[in-house]
Design a protein around this ligand. Structure first.
Ligand code: ZN
Length: 94
């Protein structure tokens, strides 16, 4: 589950700049790569939808839209694999 603290970590990791347009973020927002929608939540699971790696911090709604990969199935599956692989690594497994 992603927390406010996770968002702050992500903002800091991006140096305070929007991951899409590069502008300094006055009002950062978390932009989901796989959107936070009921159908995607059913399809991919909350483990994926709520993961910190399922998104970027961006400056505005326009940049938020640019992060969406919901209509790119191959990218969605690559992201799921990356998240699951990271979770295995965090458990000390491969
Ligand atoms: Zn932006």
């Amino acid at each position: 589950m992603r927390t406010k603290r996770d968002n702050v970590y992500k903002i800091n990791r991006q140096g305070g700049y929007c991951s899409v347009c590069g502008a300094y973020m006055q009002n950062p927002q978390f932009a989901h790569k796989i959107a936070n929608r009921d159908d995607y939540r059913r399809k991919y699971g909350s483990v994926i939808i709520d993961d910190i790696d399922n998104g970027e911090m961006v400056c505005c709604n326009r940049c938020n839209d640019a992060v969406n990969i919901g209509n790119k199935p191959a990218e969605v599956y690559r992201l799921c694999i990356r998240i699951y692989t990271r979770k295995l690594r965090e458990m000390g497994l491969k």
